[in-house]
Design a protein around this ligand. Structure first.
Ligand code: OAD
Length: 242
């Protein structure tokens, strides 16, 4: 049965790497996943940033180039249409750092884990604004204001979420009556707990993913199993196929 978005006033969508898989970007876990490659997940940590920032830049600088080469797919486009067609509030919270939702036309996007296309100063006291940056640095760049190291604006393991993103996601979940998680393994907190928050406030909870989540322990009331770019245009009303 399709789900009519017009029956809901406060929709929250959570996306993960599976949404960008059909654009040609790797997921983090599972076959071909980035973190399945020896040593790579160790680089996405706060310790690695302290001890070998050049290697951290090598990882994320390489990803910048990869992301630049790809285009939003039918899942990103369907989500942008869903936002445009929904009658009520629509918040898209993403764990993805690739910026493909915005490129597809989504407007109310909350980036929980940062954005690969942005660089910021590593000093929390510095006034340098976060800036758009496509460079893949060979050497660790330094801040023009305070000479501290510049870093990709990405949340590393062991770091807190951006305050604004965390606040906006928490606020949206408080009122939500439809929660849809798409293309995420549900292994990284706090996003993995969002479905429980949504369930707690009485929302209808839906998963769209290549793999099902453990039926017994899952808080999802409905699961659609398959590729997001094929399923999304079919599941939701009004029709979102382009
Ligand atoms: P994962 O790689 O953990 O999970 C991707 C999920 O997408 C898996 O459950 C796949 O089955 C599913 N999937 C793959 N292709 C799909 C497709 N075409 N359509 C639908 N589903 C598909 O990615 P995330 O859950 O996003 O954090 O990972 C969460 C966080 O872990 C990331 O944001 C990243 C990582 O460490 C940081 O870097 C801070």
């Amino acid at each position: 049965m399709p789900i009519d978005l017009r029956s809901y006033d406060h929709i929250v969508v959570l996306t993960g790497a599976g949404v960008s898989a059909s654009s040609g970007l790797p997921t983090y876990r599972g076959p071909g996943g980035l973190w399945e490659k020896e040593g790579l997940s160790d680089l996405a940590t706060s310790e690695a940033w302290q001890e070998r920032p050049q290697d951290v830049w090598k990882l994320f600088g390489g990803l910048r180039g990869q992301v630049r080469e790809v285009e939003p797919n039918a899942a990103h486009l369907a989500l942008a249409r869903m936002e445009a067609l929904a009658d009520g509030a629509f918040t898209l919270v993403t764990q993805n750092v690739d910026g493909l939702h915005q490129r597809a036309g989504s407007v109310n996007v909350v980036e929980l884990h940062g954005n690969i296309h942005q660089t910021r100063c590593s000093s929390t006291d510095c006034k340098l604004e976060v800036f758009t940056d496509e460079l893949a640095y060979e050497e660790v760049p330094v801040c023009s204001l305070c000479s501290a190291k510049l870093r990709p604006d990405i949340v590393l393991f062991g770091e807190a979420l951006p305050v604004l993103g965390d606040h906006l996601a928490t606020r949206a979940l408080r009122d939500c009556d439809l929660f849809i998680a798409i293309g995420t393994s549900g292994t990284v907190s706090p996003a993995s707990r969002f479905v429980r928050s949504a369930e707690y406030v009485g929302a209808h909870t839906v998963l769209v993913n290549l793999e099902a989540m453990d039926e017994g322990g899952s808080a999802f009331k409905e699961q659609f199993i398959g590729k997001a770019d094929e399923l999304l245009p079919e599941i939701f009303l009004p029709a979102t196929a382009t």
